[in-house]
Design a protein around this ligand. Structure first.
Ligand SMILES: [Fe+2]
Length: 212
């Protein structure tokens, strides 16, 4: 059986909720950029601000947020709406909230996401649910497939198993990326799955080498 590798839920949030999120993201205090050589080219191509928040604060989420961060932000001032969204996503997608983190991103026109895999750890898939808050319609490239995304849409995918990217944006783009670290089996994957084996090789030979 082919594992369903992504899901799209159109109009997951209202325009009013999108406005609340935009206002909050615009007011997140800017911190000094920590130079992060893992992600330098990704961060540069982004052409904007990225803020990461560790919700669960487990060993897993600490590892991934530390690996991915440009800045780690405190949860002070995060609207309740964000936690309600995490709850809705977890219930709708039936994914566990044991290891949750999220990112808020505000990209200027011309920004793009370079092709990459998200970090993972042995036994887990980094499952991302991205919420498009403000943007032109765009194509999201994911492994061998692509799909269209518009404002309000939520799209969820196995970010540590498939390479993903976008073309440069002709508009500002604000989005949130909710990350759930999920055991392979909970997503219908086995240890022997070629995708899982690939992500384990990336973790073993690439992530660890870089972080040493
Ligand atoms: Fe990613």
């Amino acid at each position: 059986m082919e594992v369903e590798n992504h899901k799209i839920i159109r109009s997951f949030i209202t325009k009013e909720d999108a406005q609340v999120l935009i206002k909050w993201i615009e007011e997140i205090p800017q911190k000094e950029l920590v130079s992060n050589f893992h992600l330098t080219s990704l961060a540069k191509a982004l052409n904007g601000s990225s803020y990461i928040f560790d919700v669960s604060k487990t060993d897993l989420t600490r590892y991934v947020t530390d690996y991915q961060r440009v800045n780690l932000n405190s949860e002070e001032g995060v609207p309740d709406l964000v936690y309600r969204l995490i709850d809705r996503i977890s219930k709708t997608l039936r994914v566990s909230t044991d290891h949750v983190f999220f990112q808020a991103v505000d990209m200027h026109r011309g920004g793009m996401i370079n092709p990459h895999y998200d970090a993972s750890l042995e036994g887990y898939i980094n499952y991302k649910c991205n919420l498009c808050i403000l943007s032109e319609e765009y194509e999201f490239f994911f492994g061998d497939s692509k799909f269209r995304v518009g404002p309000g849409d939520l799209y969820c995918f196995e970010a540590s198993l498939y390479k993903h990217w976008t073309a440069p944006f002709n508009s500002r783009r604000v989005f949130m990326s909710f990350g759930f670290m999920i055991p392979y089996r909970d997503l219908g994957r086995e240890e022997e799955d070629p995708r899982v084996r690939l992500s384990r090789r990336i973790e073993k030979y690439f992530q660890r080498r870089i972080s040493n």
